[in-house]
Write a protein that binds this ligand. Structure first.
Ligand SMILES: Cc1cc2nc3c(=O)[nH]c(=O)nc-3n(C[C@H](O)[C@H](O)[C@H](O)COP(=O)(O)OP(=O)(O)OC[C@H]3O[C@@H](n4cnc5c(N)ncnc54)[C@H](O)[C@@H]3O)c2cc1C
Length: 501
C-alpha cells in the first residue's frame, strides 16, 4: 500500500454486498475500511434467496457451516393461475453443480450477522458504523472519500480504490452523474414477512401466484418464517393493505390473523435498472448501486455477491503488480451483461405475473404451459473480458465444484487461486520451465488427481481447464500446444516464446 493511502479500499455501504466485499478483501490480504451510515444492522429481511453459486462464493470465506445453519433448501416451486391450476412445476433444491443446493432461502439478518462476524475478525479490515460518505472524488492514483461520523465530524479517507455498495439510491452513482437504463415498468408490491404457526400455508416452498385479480408470491423461509408479496392494486389504501385483517383477506386465508405474526410489512417498488457505467476511475459500483431487478428469481443479492467475487481478485493482482490496471476494466465488461440478463429475465417474469387482464392472463397461461423452461432460466456466461469465451464458448462460464470422497468440497482445498485442471500425461508434456514456474507459483494450484479432476474435465468437455479465483473458466486446452498458450494467462507466469505445432 502506498504511504499516502489510509487503506487499499474504502467500501461505501455496509449492507450485505458491502460486508461481503470487506470479507473477501480481507481474505485476499487487502486492507479496507467500510463506512455504513446506519449505526445498527438493518434487522428486516429483503433478500430471501441464494443460488448455489452465491453460496459457493461465500464458501470461500470459510463460513459454510454457519451459512448452512442459517439457510433452508428450497425443495419445490410452481407457477399457478387464478383458478389454482399449476401451469408449471420446477424441481428446485437439488444438490447442484456448485456442490450446494441450487436454491436456498434465508432470513437476511441471520446471514448478514454471519458476514459481519467474520469482518470483525479479519486483520486490516474495519467496518465503521454510523459513518456516512458525503463526497467521493477520484484523485491522482486513488480516491478521496469525505466521511461524516454520528457526531457530525468530517474527515477524509484516502484509498487506492472505492467500492460503492451504497444501494439502489447510491449517492456515489448520482454524484458521478451515472444514469441508469430502465427495464420494464415499475410496480408497487406489499412485502409481508412473519411467523406462521399452527397453519399449513402452501405446500410448495415457492409459488408464483399468477392471480390476475391480485398477483402474489409465496416463499417458505427457515423455521416458521414465511414471506408473501402482493401487488398493490388501484384503489388500495396503503395503510389498510398492511393490517392483519387485510393480509388475511388478500392472502386468501393462507396467512390468518390468528396464526400469522408479521415482522415486517412494507410497500416496495419492483424495478429493473442497470447503471450505464460501473467504473469511474478508481471507483467501482457494485450490488444494487449497479443493478436492480424485480425479486422474481431472487437474484438481486446473488448478483451483488458475483460482482464482489469478480472484482476483488482483480484488485488483488493489480495491487501486487502482477497484472496491470486495464484488468479492472473487465469488471464491467464481464459483469454488466450477466447482470443485465438476470434483470431482463426478472422483468419478463414480473410482466407475466403482473398480468391483470383475464384474456391476456389466459394467453399467458398457454404460453407458460407450452414453454415450461422459461420458468427456470440458466445463468449465462460472462461478458467479454479476461477469459477466452469469445473464441471458445466453454470459457467464461462458471466451473463445477466436485465433492471429494472424504466429503470435502474442492474449493476448500485450493483456496482463492487460479486452478489448472488436467491429467498427468498432459501436464508432463508441458515445457519444463513452465512446469517449474507453475510449481513455484503462489497464484496457481495444479490438479492432476483424477478424483479431483474428472468431474471438471467431463463437465467442460476438455483435456485441460484453467479456472480463475472467482471459479469462472479462463481457458481450455485440447493439446500440449494449446496448454502452453493457456498457462501463460496466469498472472506472474513469465513467458518465453510460445510453442507452435
Ligand atoms: C422485497 C425485496 C425482496 C428481495 N428479494 C431478494 C432475493 O430473494 N434474493 C436476492 O438475491 N435479492 C433480493 N432482493 C434484493 C436484495 O435485497 C438486494 O439486492 C440487496 O439487499 C442489495 O444489497 P446491497 O448491499 O447492494 O444494498 P443495500 O442492502 O441497500 O445496502 C446499502 C447500504 O449502504 C448504506 N449507505 C447508503 N448510502 C450510504 C452512504 N452515503 N454512506 C454510508 N453508507 C451508505 C445503506 O445504509 C445500506 O446499509 C430483494 C429486495 C427487496 C427489497
Amino acid at each position: 500500500m502506498s504511504a499516502t493511502f489510509d487503506t487499499d479500499v474504502v467500501v461505501i455501504g455496509g449492507g450485505p454486498v458491502g460486508v461481503t466485499a470487506l470479507a473477501m478483501l480481507g481474505r485476499m490480504g487487502l486492507t479496507a475500511i467500510g463506512v455504513e451510515k446506519n449505526t445498527e444492522m438493518w434487522r428486516t429481511a429483503r433478500a430471501v434467496h441464494f443460488d448455489g453459486e452465491a453460496f459457493r462464493m461465500l464458501q470461500s470465506l470459510g463460513i459454510s457451516e454457519k451459512l448452512a445453519k442459517a439457510t433452508r433448501p428450497m425443495n419445490s416451486m410452481h407457477i399457478q393461475n387464478e383458478a389454482g391450476e399449476v401451469l408449471v412445476s420446477v424441481p428446485t433444491g437439488q444438490f447442484g453443480s456448485q456442490a450446494w443446493n441450487d436454491d436456498l432461502t434465508f432470513h437476511q439478518p441471520d446471514v448478514e450477522s454471519v458476514l459481519r462476524d467474520i469482518v470483525s475478525d479479519l486483520p486490516g479490515i474495519e467496518l465503521r458504523c454510523g459513518v456516512s460518505a458525503s463526497e467521493v472524488n477520484n484523485v491522482a492514483d486513488g480516491v478521496e472519500v469525505t466521511v461524516v461520523n454520528a457526531e457530525g465530524q468530517e474527515s477524509v479517507l484516502r484509498s487506492r480504490w472505492v467500492i460503492a455498495a451504497d444501494g439502489a439510491r447510491s449517492s456515489t452513482r448520482r454524484a458521478l452523474g451515472i444514469e441508469g437504463d430502465r427495464f420494464g415498468d415499475d410496480a408497487n408490491w406489499v412485502v409481508v414477512d412473519g411467523h406462521l404457526v399452527d397453519s399449513p400455508g402452501y405446500e410448495d416452498d415457492m409459488i408464483f401466484l399468477c392471480h390476475h385479480s391480485r398477483p402474489a408470491m409465496w416463499i417458505r423461509l427457515p423455521g416458521n418464517r414465511v414471506r408473501m408479496e402482493f401487488m398493490v392494486m388501484d384503489g388500495d389504501d396503503p395503510d389498510e393493505i398492511v393490517t392483519p385483517e387485510a393480509i388475511e383477506r388478500i392472502s386468501r386465508g393462507i396467512l390468518p390473523a390468528a396464526n400469522f405474526t408479521p415482522e415486517r410489512q412494507a410497500i416496495y417498488t419492483f424495478r429493473g435498472r442497470i447503471a450505464q457505467r460501473w467504473r469511474e476511475g478508481n471507483i467501482f459500483l457494485v450490488g444494487d448501486a449497479a443493478h436492480q431487478a424485480p425479486p422474481c428469481f431472487g437474484q438481486g443479492l446473488c448478483a451483488g455477491i458475483r460482482d464482489i467475487a469478480n472484482l476483488v481478485w482483480k484488485l488483488d493482482v493489480v495491487k501486487r503488480g502482477i497484472e496491470d490496471e486495464d484488468l479492472l476494466d473487465t469488471y464491467e465488461t464481464e459483469r454488466k451483461p450477466h447482470a443485465q440478463f438476470w434483470v431482463e429475465q426478472a422483468v419478463k417474469a414480473a410482466g407475466f405475473l403482473q398480468t391483470l387482464d383475464p384474456d391476456a392472463a389466459r394467453q399467458r397461461d398457454q404460453f407458460i404451459r407450452a414453454n415450461p423452461t422459461e420458468a427456470a432460466p440458466v445463468s449465462p456466461p460472462l461478458g467479454p473480458g479476461f477469459h477466452d469465451g469469445e473464441v471458445d464458448n466453454r470459457a467464461g462460464r462458471l466451473s463445477v465444484q466436485p465433492i471429494l470422497s472424504d466429503g470435502r468440497r474442492l474449493d476448500d482445498l485450493i483456496g482463492i487461486n487460479f486452478t489448472l485442471v488436467l491429467d498427468t500425461g498432459m501436464y508432463n508434456d508441458l515445457d519444463a520451465d513452465l512446469r517449474r514456474q507453475l510449481e513455484s507459483s503462489n497464484e496457481v494450484v495444479v490438479l492432476t488427481e483424477p478424483t479431483q479432476t474428472d468431474l471438471i474435465l467431463q463437465a467442460v468437455g476438455a483435456q485441460a481447464v484453467l479456472i480463475r479465483p472467482d471459479r469462472y473458466i479462463l481457458s481450455v486446452a485440447e493439446s500440449p500446444v494449446e496448454l502452453d498458450r493457456v498457462v501463460r494467462h496466469i498472472p506472474g507466469i513469465s513467458v518465453g516464446a510460445a510453442r507452435t505445432a
